[in-house]
Design a protein around this ligand. Structure first.
Ligand SMILES: CC(C)(COP(=O)(O)OP(=O)(O)OC[C@H]1O[C@@H](n2cnc3c(N)ncnc32)[C@H](O)[C@@H]1OP(=O)(O)O)[C@@H](O)C(=O)NCCC(=O)NCCS
Length: 178
């Protein structure tokens, strides 16, 4: 397992391995109600978020069978604007997720950040297959995944990854690109 996460640098953004010290900067970003139009809810308190980020610094699930990798997204102005995350399972595709402050939607920044994470996962964690689960009506997220080369999962792919009614499973398999 590679748990020594690296800082990722793109044309516009710096992705820093998320640590507890980021909680105070991200707390305000994660209070944005627009982020929860389809699912989830804001962190209940700064202390809760700090404790959660501290636990996530282990980079592993409580059972130890998954790698949990999170990077916060920083602008050149040094403002934190969101995060990307990946769950690496012992087998099957890595599951990805992402959140960007709504102030910065519509500029391709989420695409840039998620692409940087996908490239890092392929280059340094040997991940060659990715999936994402989203609410069917979350069209922004769907468009982002399509731009990143994801497609709706096939019935066979659905068999290996359960989703709830109202959710969509998107899949990107680099092994098919040869
Ligand atoms: C999902 C989410 C990250 C998408 O953010 P986003 O800013 O729309 O995504 P992108 O970075 O790909 O930007 C795309 C938009 O920027 C535009 N854009 C401008 N310049 C661009 C460029 N150089 N490259 C790509 N897109 C660019 C695109 O045309 C697109 O515009 P559109 O929304 O009118 O179609 C954001 O909506 C979010 O955080 N949502 C809340 C959390 C959430 O739902 N997470 C996903 C759970 S599954």
């Amino acid at each position: 397992m590679n748990v020594n996460m690296r800082v990722l640098v793109t044309d516009t953004l710096t992705l820093e391995p998320q640590v507890a010290a980021h909680a105070h900067e991200l707390f305000a970003v994660l209070g944005d109600p627009a982020l929860y139009a389809y699912e989830n809810e804001p962190p209940p308190s700064l202390e809760w978020l700090r404790a959660r980020f501290l636990r996530l610094e282990s980079r592993t699930s409580p059972a130890g069978d998954e790698q949990w990798l999170n990077w916060v997204i920083r602008l050149p102005t040094s403002e934190l604007i969101g995060y990307v995350q990946a769950t690496l399972h012992s087998s099957g595709p890595a599951t990805i997720a992402y959140v960007l402050s709504s102030k910065f939607w519509g500029h391709g920044l989420a695409r840039e950040a998620v692409q940087a994470m996908l490239s890092e996962l392929t280059a340094h964690y040997r991940v060659d297959c990715f999936c994402a689960v989203l609410k069917r009506e979350n069209f922004r997220s769907l468009r982002l995944l399509e731009r990143l080369g994801f497609s709706p999962a096939s019935p066979a792919q659905h068999a290996s990854r359960e989703v709830e009614a109202g959710e969509l499973l998107m899949w990107r398999d680099l092994r098919n690109l040869a």
